[in-house]
Design a protein around this ligand. Structure first.
Ligand SMILES: CC(C)(COP(=O)(O)OP(=O)(O)OC[C@H]1O[C@@H](n2cnc3c(N)ncnc32)[C@H](O)[C@@H]1OP(=O)(O)O)[C@@H](O)C(=O)NCCC(=O)NCCS
Length: 170
């Protein structure tokens, strides 16, 4: 029997605490393979300000992966093509949830005419993004709460949509 597949839907007000649990477990249970305890604590502090977090999620309006009643992942697409956050719950790794979220982002990019996706990708997520056709543009050492967290700017060019009104090639 196949495991049930998560549904991908748009963000709704009220999702914020569940999105924080996804963010926190993704970093503390999965990204902790590639980052030290000091780094994961700086990236995802357990006492994250709830007001700030809520404002952040309402600002980026992510797609949300829901499995039954449980939110198991989220990822956004900004109008510029930038993916600000991309996280799958630490309790649901390697179950295809990231793949579904990225497919939804590709669909949305086509819909709104985004021609290039970019993201600042963690060392942990880099193989996932590379697997999906992203390439590293630059390696970076940004500071988060005073701690260096290595990541990479990655990009993927998308084929422009075919316009039905474009002239036929000669
Ligand atoms: C990166 C992340 C989003 C991937 O989500 P996921 O749901 O586990 O990924 P999927 O199951 O959809 O993976 C699809 C394919 O990508 C590749 N892939 C995913 N994670 C990988 C990894 N760590 N190493 C190598 N390949 C990987 C695999 O080919 C995988 O297919 P397979 O499992 O059949 O081999 C998730 O691991 C995560 O949240 N990590 C920690 C937090 C983080 O760093 N987030 C990104 C911040 S930019």
């Amino acid at each position: 029997m196949h495991a049930p597949s998560p549904q991908i839907r748009r963000f709704q007000a009220g999702d914020e605490p569940a999105l924080f649990r996804v963010f926190f477990t993704a970093i503390h249970q999965v990204a902790s393979r590639d980052y030290t305890q000091q780094q994961v604590d700086a990236w995802a502090p357990p006492d994250m300000d709830a007001v700030q977090w809520t404002a952040r999620m309402r600002g980026i309006q992510p797609f949300v992966a829901q499995l039954g009643d449980e939110i198991v992942g989220y990822a956004d697409l900004q109008p510029s093509g930038y993916i600000d956050q991309f996280f799958v719950s630490g309790a649901h790794p390697r179950q295809g949830i990231g793949r579904l979220l990225l497919a939804r982002i590709h669909e949305e990019a086509m819909r709104v005419g985004v021609v290039e996706l970019t993201s600042d990708v963690s060392l942990t997520a880099e193989p996932f993004f590379a697997h999906h056709g992203f390439e590293v543009v630059q390696r970076q050492q940004p500071l988060r709460r005073g701690v260096v967290l290595a990541n990479a700017r990655m990009r993927k060019a998308l084929a422009p949509p075919i316009s039905p009104s474009a002239p036929a090639p000669a």
